[in-house]
Design a protein around this ligand. Structure first.
Ligand code: NAD
Ligand code: UGA
Length: 365
């Protein structure tokens, strides 16, 4: 009963016509930031997360502690647990799902391919099955990825560009998610909005991402690998600051139409939308490293190598015209200012001493 009380309390909105949002992956990087932003403006938020050890779960627990100070409860559970999800929808008539839980990271797919299939495909379908059967049906906003553009090297990627050349299994499962969303929209009238995030960074970020472990390794005096493309060009990313992404997620939730089905039956067409959420200015990885060197006051031991065939793509660059038109999405944080905020958080969280608790999966030392 106290579990039910917590679930109800956490998901009850405090503002008139506020949302009740189920945030999956709420103990994750983007999920924790979005949960706080929703709660702060008066929406009800219930988190779901399985606290897996892809990266140090103590960081996920620390985010959970932060959220609990803001009266946000995270249910410890898996996307594939249909009975649990059904129970949550029995207790709370969620108006929205912000679905961010996934197996992220492109390179780890070579070590553990099944975890991508399990969370990003089977888990997503399980969530959609429960959402389709719910009454009312929630509108769903979910995380896709810039990786769906694969080896595209156009000046900037627009939503209509081809996405049939995934370079990693991660990208393939994210692309599969977009196809799966289409069928649930078509058959059951679920309102679905996919967000293609572009290399998101910031405070409370992911230890498996380059900006994060570069910071750790530079402080530890360890060498870092900087990838170059096969033809010796610089690799670049459209690094996007977390606060910009949070605004985009809220904008997508605010403009999502209601689902049109109920109890698994569709009534009339509902929305299916896909948007890029990037920063619109790609930065070479070498430049990322020099900004970090400046902020940390230490030179990196740089080891420049040709990009291994590990699922990485050489270049990303978002065109965000569509997200701007539909919900005013406008990134405002450049890489240097965003990294300054990240480093400030990092030093405060771990101290200048290199942290022991940020091992990535598969890392031995
Ligand atoms: P994250 O790993 O920090 O967060 C994901 C959370 O989901 C984790 O806390 C994890 O424990 C949880 N989770 C994973 N599988 C689960 C399952 N089966 N059941 C329940 N919980 C599960 O990653 P993030 O950076 O916050 O990414 C959020 C979403 O955005 C993911 O879908 C990711 O693929 C996508 N994305 C992220 C980026 C980025 O640069 N951070 C870029 C593009 C897309
Ligand atoms: C990131 C996230 O990790 C994915 O989950 C997400 O889906 C993806 O963004 C996205 O935009 O969709 P990625 O851009 O590969 O993936 O982020 P990092 O792993 O942090 O790599 C950033 C850059 O550093 C890449 O260009 C990569 O090639 C480079 N890199 C990485 C190095 O030069 N050296 C390394 O040791 C690792």
């Amino acid at each position: 009963a106290s579990w039910e009380k917590q679930v109800r309390h956490s998901s009850t909105p405090r503002r008139p016509n506020g949302f009740s949002v189920l945030v999956t992956g709420a103990a994750g990087f983007i999920g924790s930031h979005c949960s706080l932003a929703l709660k702060k403006r008066g929406d009800g938020v219930l988190g779901l997360d399985n606290f897996n050890d892809y990266y140090d779960p103590s960081l996920k627990r620390a985010r959970q502690n932060l959220l609990s100070k803001h009266q946000i409860f995270i249910v410890d559970g898996d996307l594939n647990d249909a009975a649990l999800l059904t129970k949550l929808f029995d207790v709370v008539p969620f108006t929205h799902i912000l679905h961010l839980a996934a197996q992220a990271g492109v390179r780890y797919a070579m070590q553990n391919p099944q975890s991508y299939v399990r969370s990003n495909i089977a888990g997503f379908v399980n969530l959609l099955e429960v959402a389709k059967a719910a009454n009312p049906q929630p509108a769903i906003v979910w995380a896709s990825s810039s990786s769906v553009y694969g080896l595209n090297t156009e000046n900037s990627f627009s939503e209509r560009d081809r996405t049939d050349q995934p370079a990693s299994l991660y990208a393939a499962t994210k692309k599969a998610g977009e196809e799966i969303a289409h069928t649930y929209n078509h058959i059951y009238g679920l309102s679905l909005t996919g967000l293609r995030f572009f290399t998101v960074y910031g405070p409370w970020g992911r230890p498996d991402m380059a900006y994060f472990f570069f910071t750790k390794d530079i402080l530890q005096g360890k060498p870092i690998d900087i990838y170059k493309t096969q033809d010796q060009k610089e690799v670049a990313r459209d690094f996007t600051y977390i606060d910009d992404v949070v605004k985009g997620c809220l904008g997508a939730l605010d403009t999502a139409e209601k689902s049109t089905g109920s109890g698994g039956k569709k009534k009339s067409p509902a929305q299916l939308r896909v948007y890029n959420l990037g920063n619109t200015s790609p930065v070479p990885v070498g430049r990322l490293v020099s900004i970090l060197e400046g902020l940390l006051g230490t030179k990196a031991k740089k080891h420049v190598i040709t990009m291994p065939r590990n699922g990485d793509v050489p270049f990303t660059h978002a065109n965000v015209t569509l997200a701007y038109k539909d919900f005013g999405y406008k990134p405002t944080t450049d890489l240097a200012s965003g990294l300054r905020k990240f480093v400030k958080w990092y030093v405060n969280y771990f101290g200048m001493e290199p942290s022991k608790g940020t091992q990535r999966a598969g890392e031995t030392s």
